[in-house]
Ligand binder design. Structure first.
Ligand SMILES: C[S@@+](CC[C@H](N)C(=O)[O-])C[C@H]1O[C@@H](n2cnc3c(N)ncnc32)[C@H](O)[C@@H]1O
Length: 216
């Protein structure tokens, strides 16, 4: 199990923290947590403010393939796959890629290359046999579950691809980063310092790799 940043090639967008902090209401959060049209393609205060394919996941797909030593035909599952951008880019590299997401909206508006490869479901119940994937990824999705369900989801990842997971979740290294994160966060149910996440990984028996999403 090691910390590694497989998302290092993604561009770092500038976030308007002030606008988010002042505009956040409980109604808005409730709508965002539905992971519907408003979260993906509605105004920025509800989530992405337009979740469109622009090729930015291609270098990430390359890094995933080399990190796990994947070869053509190997199976990869992306848990919390959204519209299947990463699934599409992994497919282009010859990987037999699949996704799973809780959002019907995302799946109904997926990239055409990903059609038929994206499953509707929740990370804490992955409908696949033990050991059925060469690698399982969960990028910025597991923190949307409460702690106990996060543990179940990590066990599920471990079950499908023992030792070959990659999890990226919300975290912070200082009180100041925590304050900034809490002013930004909309949908996360569980988050914490790296050592709090390490406890969750240990309780789950998760032996894959991980990294943190830090807002600063
Ligand atoms: C921040 S987005 C990340 C999407 C994609 N992985 C990416 O990095 O662009 C979080 C995703 O997790 C999905 N999600 C939320 N709760 C989930 C759950 N319980 N099981 C599976 N997916 C979930 C959302 O629908 C959304 O697609």
């Amino acid at each position: 199990m090691k910390e590694i940043n497989l998302l290092r090639s993604l561009p770092q967008g500038k976030r308007n923290l002030k606008a988010r902090e002042t505009g956040k209401t409980s109604d808005l959060i409730e709508i965002s947590k539905k992971f519907g049209q408003m979260y993906f393609d509605g105004p920025r205060e509800y989530g992405y403010g337009g979740y469109k394919y622009d090729g930015r996941w291609r270098p990430v797909a390359n890094d995933i393939v080399s990190h796990f030593g994947l070869k053509a035909g190997d199976k990869v599952l992306d848990v919390g796959c959204g519209k299947g951008f990463l699934v599409k880019d992994l497919l282009e590299l010859g990987i037999d890629a699949y996704g799973l997401d809780i959002s019907t909206y995302a799946l109904m508006n997926c990239e055409k290359e990903s059609i038929g490869r994206l499953h509707l479901g929740s990370a804490d119940s992955l409908p696949f046999p033990d050991g059925s994937f060469n690698a399982v990824l969960a990028i910025n999705s597991l923190h949307n579950l409460p702690r106990e369900k996060c543990i179940t989801a990590l066990r599920e990842m471990e079950r499908l691809a023992p030792g070959n997971g990659y999890v990226q979740v919300d975290s912070y290294h200082s009180e100041e980063e925590k304050r900034i994160f809490e002013s930004w966060v909309l949908t996360a149910e569980f988050y914490g310092y790296p050592d709090e996440w390490q406890e969750v990984f240990n309780e789950a028996g998760y032996t894959g790799d991980y990294n943190w999403t830090i807002i600063s």
